[in-house]
Write a protein that binds this ligand. Structure first.
Ligand SMILES: [Mg+2]
Length: 376
């Protein structure tokens, strides 16, 4: 079995369309662009794999600078020379390099190693990534449109764009003004009466208003409520989940299998949103999906507005688990440029997994090197 011979780290910014805000503030704008961190892993047999760990520092506590330094100074040295097939051992080595908190340390940085190792290992075997995972419940995943805008005109324009681009379901950001949340739901329901409506509060429900906000959103036609309470308030999430007639998902709260077990024990969720990078890569995300599936939770998938690498990893994991609800993977919606010379094929709002090995994409390495050198 080949060993890991070299890992290069690249950091650059991709252009971002529009303004993406949550109850915690701006997570992406045309002015800021989207910071991307990629890894290129080369194995001893020459096989190459690509990984991504692009953080969003207003969403979770890792920054572009921390991801690059954690990779360069700690995780990369810890995994050089390790067997490509020992994915569990790679995570143990990274936990050895930086002490874990809640099961895993620095999940977004480690995802960049984990995804690259999965891509290279699947390419070594000549199989698509979902076959490496040993799950093939579907051959595609559908996408959800992230509605943007802070006025009726802006939201209507966003919904128009969604339809133009073949989307059939939307996810919205809630947790600010209750009147606005209701208005937003009404506009989405009017544009997509049969679509799946996913409302994400990003922890924005004050505990004393949580009950009222839940029932207001349910009456407005929401199908799934995500992260109503702050990530460190599973007690509040449990109260909402117990009362809720619709599934209540968590994502910020769950950075790997240990937090998921703790949240399950507290009955803080009835749905689980897996995010490949938030949970430290495909190995722990696959484990989380298995735990959540076994516990009987609804499984949904989202991401952190990533480029083609983490996007493809998320599509493979979603297809592996047969996720039927549209995935909130909005990289293709917000990023107006990408680094893939070949992406996963699209059919309307669906993204297809092919029989191509690994992630099934081809990274334009010259472009990655050029963009990275520009910002060095
Ligand atoms: Mg979320």
């Amino acid at each position: 079995m080949p060993t890991i011979e070299n890992i290069e780290v690249f950091s650059f910014t991709l252009p971002f369309a529009g303004l993406f805000r949550t109850s915690r503030g701006t997570v992406g704008s045309a002015a800021s662009g989207r910071p991307i961190v990629l890894t290129k892993l080369t194995a001893s047999d020459g096989t190459v794999g690509w990984g991504e760990g692009s953080p969003s520092h207003t969403w979770s506590p890792e920054t572009r600078e921390s991801v690059v330094s954690v990779l360069s100074d700690h995780f990369v040295p810890a995994v050089i020379g390790k067997s490509l097939a020992d994915l569990d051992g790679l995570h143990a080595a990274m936990n050895g390099a930086i002490a874990p908190l809640w099961g895993l340390s620095m999940p977004i940085a480690r995802a960049a190693i984990d995804v690259a190792a999965h891509d290279a290992l699947a390419r070594h075997y000549g199989v698509p990534l979902l076959d490496l995972l040993g799950h093939r419940r579907a051959d595609r995943a559908r996408l959800s449109w992230t509605v943007t805008g802070s006025s009726q005109a802006e939201v209507e324009e966003s919904l128009h764009d969604a339809k133009e681009r073949g989307y059939r379901s939307c996810n919205i950001k809630v947790g600010g003004s209750m009147d606005w949340d209701v208005q937003l739901c009404e506009m989405v329901r009017s544009a997509f009466p049969d679509g799946f409506l996913w409302a994400d509060a990003n922890g924005g429900f004050p505990p004393h208003e949580a009950r009222q906000r839940l029932h207001t959103l349910v009456a407005a036609g929401v199908d799934l409520l995500e992260q109503p309470a702050a990530p460190d308030r599973p007690d509040v999430s449990a109260r909402i989940a117990a009362e809720s007639p619709i599934p209540v998902a968590l994502d910020e709260s769950i950075s790997g299998p240990v937090p998921l077990l703790a949240m399950l024990k507290q009955e803080a969720l009835t749905a689980y949103t897996f995010k490949v990078t938030r949970t430290g890569g495909l190995w722990p995300a696959h484990m989380c999906a298995a735990l959540a599936d076994t516990a009987g939770l609804m499984l949904v998938c989202s991401g952190l507005t990533e480029c083609s690498v983490a996007f493809a990893a998320s599509i493979h994991l979603s297809a592996a688990w047969g996720i039927t609800h549209p995935c909130a993977l909005n990289g293709p919606q917000f990023l107006t440029d990408d680094i893939a010379a070949k992406s996963l094929p699209r059919e309307g709002d669906a993204v297809l997994v092919t029989d191509d090995p690994g992630l099934g994409i081809e990274v334009d390495e010259d472009k990655v090197r050029h963009l990275s050198a520009q910002e060095a």
